[in-house]
Design a protein around this ligand. Sequence first.
Ligand SMILES: [Zn+2]
Length: 86
Amino acid sequence: MGILLWENVGGGDAVKKFIIFLLMISFLTVATSCYSDPEDDTTVYITSAGQKYHRENCRYVRGKAIEISLSKALREGYDPCKVCKP
Ligand SMILES: [Zn+2]
């Protein structure tokens, strides 16, 4: 009787652990898919004078590139460069 009760508690604990494990896996999957969203956090480059954003190796920003996220560049009204097409 005592042993049977012990086994039941042990089994329930394992199920709980398994459910927590599943929750963690699904949470991590959601977090990873949000984190790896390619659109918002692409890094682009602007210059202090220009109104365009560029790729890192564009000749227009070489030597004077200011790193900025794509979402911020768009929010601040920058347009994509026609040469490097970021
Ligand atoms: Zn460019």
